[in-house]
Design a protein around this ligand. Structure first.
Ligand SMILES: N[C@@H](CCC(=O)N[C@@H](CS)C(=O)NCC(=O)O)C(=O)O
Length: 89
């Protein structure tokens, strides 16, 4: 199960798109930039850069930044392709 810390219109869009595209079950947690939530002590424990996205996989922080999209793809694509009846090559 994935959890994505995001802010609308930000770099977290890429990871959110990948989760949706691959129909990967996920939970979204909005990070309020106006309230500077990304700089809160709680959030900095999750992601010391103080930025979104932060991707959590099975309760463990897996990736921040664009690598999150790659993590979702690598973990999910084989199953997604099989379900769709697609083949690589
Ligand atoms: N640029 C990074 C994303 C990290 C990033 O710059 N996120 C911005 C939003 S687009 C952010 O969280 N900014 C909040 C801040 O710096 O306070 C990427 O390639 O994915």
């Amino acid at each position: 199960m994935y959890a994505l810390y995001y802010n609308p219109g930000s770099a977290s869009f890429a990871v959110h798109w990948m989760l949706n595209e691959l129909q990967a079950p996920h939970r979204l947690i909005r990070v309020d930039f106006e309230a500077k939530q990304q700089k809160s002590a709680e959030y900095l424990q999750l992601n010391p850069s103080g930025k979104v996205p932060t991707l959590i996989v099975d309760g463990v922080r897996a990736a921040s930044r664009m690598r999150g999209a790659a993590v979702v793809a690598v973990r999910t694509v084989p199953t997604a392709l099989a379900d769709a009846g697609d083949r690589i090559g």
